[in-house]
Design a protein around this ligand. Structure first.
Ligand code: FES
Length: 148
């Protein structure tokens, strides 16, 4: 049975973006799906709280490659906070849909993204704390009912 992949998915599968490993990365992570056995590994470079570069290696299916490829393009330049909230539905939309049985590939890509960000935050607790402090300060500034 042939799966009905969109043109965009085929393009990212045949010519993936951001494939490889970053030299001297700020963080790395590996994730896998126990059911299908596919895996992804990610490496990132972070500057000023934003994803300056992100690369991936795939040990998986065509959709595994395509979803990781398009996701890395979409999250490059995002703040770590934004990227942590990135949703797999955005990948599916960007690829003009995925066959139902391949939607989990986009979920795995996002799991990898969250894992590599989490690994970065663990290695850089001082930056994470700064971001949290800034965020809570902003909340107080926006909401006058919150006592300072
Ligand atoms: Fe499992 Fe693609 S079939 S990630």
């Amino acid at each position: 049975m042939a799966l009905n992949y969109s043109k965009k998915t085929m393009k990212h599968f045949l010519h993936p973006k951001n494939i490889g490993e970053i030299k001297n990365p700020d963080a790395t992570a590996e994730v896998g799906n126990m059911v299908c056995g596919d895996q992804l590994s990610f490496s990132i470079k972070v500057k000023d709280g934003k994803i300056k570069d992100i690369k991936f290696l795939s040990f998986g299916c065509a959709s595994n490659i395509a979803t990781a490829s398009v996701m890395t393009e979409m999250v490059k330049g995002m703040s770590l906070e934004e990227a942590q909230k990135f949703d797999w539905n955005e990948i599916v939309r960007k690829l003009d849909g995925l066959p139902q049985q391949k939607v989990h590939c986009s979920v795995l890509a996002v799991e990898g993204l969250r894992e590599v960000i989490s690994s970065y935050n663990k290695n850089h607790p001082e930056i994470f704390a700064k971001t949290k402090a800034k965020k809570s300060k902003t909340k107080k500034d926006i909401n006058p009912k919150v006592k300072k």
